[in-house]
Design a protein around this ligand. Structure first.
Ligand code: SAM
Length: 264
């Protein structure tokens, strides 16, 4: 089956890269090395797969669409460093792909409809990851990389930045894809912190504090979190209770959550 015969499936978020100069830019940014163990999520027709295969030890490709898997098998099975999985990336345990204790480099032009759950799924397995390069909607990249005070700053920024340094690298116009998406895309690099800058005593409580704080972002932090803590405790944790959720840093959220965990 060729690209022209394939009906792009919306439910799988299929927008295939067709601009060779963009492919070259992406490869340059990923900068694959011969010893790398790569995992490509959603290779589609393999727009970036060929180049990656030429510069890595092993590439595990996770593709959900059976028709595309057949195509990828025909196209790339002659490479003995290519391992194809007809699988839902949301279900894959990264540890099961590892040969030993090596850390994986995750790449992909992600299906936009599942990008947030996929990021959360990967963050749970951060110990297996060396770095991640993803193409996402620009708006999502802006949310991930946002800093306090920015209108895009919120739960996604905090949950990703808790684990990783986030760097927006490059915007890609809709014309680089077939079919063209309605929005601009961006490439982001996520590099797990060697050591967490602000470790939470209880990660589940940190997640809950962040979630509840941004549930009603117009309220003050004291109001949003009144079921978990009070003004006096916030002040004791070094936080002005009148601030809005988007004005607080990662360090502030970790302080609040540590205060909540230790006062329970
Ligand atoms: N990488 C290709 C490219 O750049 O041309 C295709 C990118 S397209 C935006 C997203 C790809 O992810 C499609 O091939 C789609 O079938 C695949 N996909 C969608 N949901 C998936 C999932 N849950 N697990 C694995 N692959 C998925």
């Amino acid at each position: 089956m060729s690209k022209n015969q394939h009906q792009a499936r919306k439910r799988f978020g299929q927008n295939f890269l067709c601009d060779v100069s963009v492919v070259a830019e992406i490869i340059k940014l990923i900068n694959p090395q011969n010893q790398d163990h790569l995992v490509e999520i959603g290779p589609g027709f393999g727009a970036i797969t060929q180049e990656l295969l030429s510069h890595c030890q092993q590439l595990d490709a996770l593709e959900i669409d059976r028709d595309l898997t057949k195509h990828l098998q025909l196209e790339f099975s002659r490479h003995d460093n290519f391992i194809l999985h007809n699988a839902d990336a949301l279900q894959v345990e990264l540890n099961s792909l590892r040969l030993g204790q090596e850390k994986l480099r995750i790449v992909g032009n992600l299906p936009y409809n599942i990008s947030t759950p996929l990021l959360f799924h990967l963050l749970k397995q951060i110990d297996c990851i060396n770095d991640m390069h993803f193409m996402l909607q620009k708006e999502v990249v802006e949310r991930i990389a946002a800093t306090p005070g920015n209108k895009n700053y919120g739960r996604l920024s905090l949950m990703v930045q808790y684990h990783c340094a986030a760097l927006a690298l490059l915007d890609i116009p809709p014309s680089a894809f077939q079919p063209a998406p309605k929005v601009i895309s961006s490439i982001i690099r996520l590099t797990p912190h060697a050591q967490l800058p602000f470790p939470a005593d209880d990660f589940a409580i940190f997640s809950r504090v962040v979630h509840d704080a941004f549930n009603q972002r117009r309220k003050t932090i004291a109001n949003s979190l009144k079921h978990l803590t009070d003004k006096a405790q916030l002040t004791a944790a070094g936080i002005d209770p009148r601030l809005r959720p988007e004005q607080l840093s990662l360090e502030n959220y970790v302080s609040i959550s540590n205060y909540v965990s230790n006062s329970n």
